[in-house]
Ligand binder design. Structure first.
Ligand SMILES: [Fe+2]
Length: 319
């Protein structure tokens, strides 16, 4: 990507949805592994075990995907973005729990994007970390017993968002110019190397390692949210959380499996209004030494193990 972006965001911050029933939304998100940090009567704020004040906002009203937020490096970057990005809001104070400052943008497909800075943090919630024995290293847990409880996963943080878009190249270009996001891997149609069907894009943090993707675009005739994704500590957290969500009879879509591009172990669920939420663990992390690559669909989008993507996953594009 040759052109210089306006700013480079440092991570994804939260998803903002709208739902008619905040109690039902909280029941799903609680079973999924998020914890309430605030409730104003008109909006629900849910956190993970890391220190972010919230990762997930639901406003009360007709179902809608409102926006995805990203962290700016500084308040100066918010001012730069507000000055230079076409259609950007002024730098405004966020009149919500956690406070902070933000600039609002509208992506070329009409998706809401918030770029935020200075939001309050909360003390992290301590979570026990399992030690695993491996075939070639069997004494890591010598003498200690491993017991895994079936309960909601401990969600640590938000990891990435995936948007459906009719024009993958245009979406990549918009995200690069406004957010400084760069390509990790692209996927092209099996019979046409020039036709992109998906693109995985990461934070540009130079030598520092970041998740394989923070924003992905998937070709679809109707723009929308394919899924929003949250990191859990390890495979036991993910698998026990899966069993818990099955017990609670939520709508399972796909998993468990391991992706090829990004290598995450994954599990996908829909909330009561059809918005897909993913648990993942064990992502590849990349830095500027990574060589951008292109892959045919049959290689790029397959599971390394576990089931292949069902049609419902590929069709999902929530408005
Ligand atoms: Fe994902």
């Amino acid at each position: 990507m040759s052109s210089e972006p306006i700013i480079r965001v440092t991570d994804i911050a939260w998803i903002r949805l709208r739902s008619p029933d905040l109690d039902l939304q909280e029941r799903f998100l609680g079973d999924f592994g998020l914890i309430r940090s605030a409730h104003t009567g008109n909006a629900l704020y849910m956190r993970g075990t890391d220190s972010s004040h919230h990762l997930h906002i639901t406003e009360k009203g007709d179902p809608k995907v409102l926006s995805v937020a990203f962290w700016a490096r500084s308040e100066d970057d918010l001012h730069k973005l507000s000055r230079e990005a076409e259609g950007a809001s002024v730098v405004e104070s966020i009149d919500e729990p956690g406070g902070g400052k933000r600039v609002r943008l509208t992506e070329h497909n009409g998706f809401g994007i918030e770029v935020v800075h200075g939001v309050e943090t909360l003390p992290a919630i301590p979570v026990p970390v399992n030690t695993l024995n491996f075939g070639n290293a069997k004494t890591a847990r010598a003498g200690d017993l491993l017991r895994v409880e079936v309960r909601p996963s401990h969600v640590k943080r938000i990891g990435h968002s995936v948007f459906s878009t009719p024009d993958v190249e245009q979406s990549i270009a918009w995200a690069h110019r406004h957010l400084g996001i760069i390509r990790s891997d692209d996927v092209h149609a099996e019979d046409d190397p020039d036709k992109l069907v998906a693109s995985f894009n990461r934070i540009d943090a130079g030598d520092d390692y970041v998740d394989h993707h923070v924003m992905m675009f998937a070709l679809h005739p109707h723009p929308g949210l394919n899924h929003i994704s949250f990191e859990v500590q390890d495979i036991d957290e993910l698998a026990a959380g899966h069993d818990y969500l099955i017990q609670k009879k939520w709508h399972h879509i796909w998993g468990l499996g391991r992706h090829t591009l990004g290598s995450q172990i994954f599990d996908y669920w829909k909330d009561p209004w059809g918005r897909m939420h993913e648990h993942w663990t064990d992502s590849d992390v990349l830095n500027c030494a990574h060589d951008y690559r292109r892959h045919p669909r049959s290689q790029g989008l397959k599971s390394q193990w576990g089931p292949q993507a069902p049609q419902e996953f590929r069709d999902t594009s929530s408005q």
